[in-house]
Ligand binder design. Sequence first.
Ligand SMILES: Cc1cc2nc3c(=O)[nH]c(=O)nc-3n(C[C@H](O)[C@H](O)[C@H](O)COP(=O)(O)O)c2cc1C
Length: 169
Amino acid sequence: MEEIFTRRSIRSYTDKRISKDSIYKIIKAGFQAPSAKNQHVERFLVIDNQNLIIKLSQVCKGTMTVSNAKELIAVYFDKNDVKVDELVSVDLGMVCQNMMLEARALGIGSCMIGVYPLDDKTQAINKILRLTDSLTCFALVCFGYPKNENEFYNKNYFDESKIKFNEVD
Ligand SMILES: Cc1cc2nc3c(=O)[nH]c(=O)nc-3n(C[C@H](O)[C@H](O)[C@H](O)COP(=O)(O)O)c2cc1C
């Protein structure tokens, strides 16, 4: 699938806004991810308020991605919805990947910013987003149109030496 091979983490964007229709397509793709015991703990907070984006960027030091974002989706969950605690991060990682691949298909660039379970970052972001009690942010996924179409280039991480059949050695 072309989207898999040409998705790149894109960290700077044009001023073009993303339509609500595209945001919904991206979120729908997120909901389609598989989940342990079909727990589907994913929830989505769509953020386009620039003040909020700047506040979040101050917590995500070392990357300009968040402050550049035109639209940002916080993927969060309610601990009360969880059936298999140990696999929540696997589930939500798949949700984020589906969203980024759908974005790629729409010509939209994306970059995931890991949050949970990094303690300090999770707490700081929960506070900014007013996620209280059992609610917690898992990741921020930044979106925007890439400045250059060529940013969707094909990068090959394939490594034959990491593939074994039946036995490891
Ligand atoms: C769990 C996770 C957390 C990440 N956190 C950050 C981050 O905090 N800041 C950032 O700029 N990129 C982040 N990334 C993006 C990676 O840096 C990126 O995927 C990697 O450099 C490979 O580049 P590619 O996505 O273009 O293949 C994260 C990716 C994942 C999967």
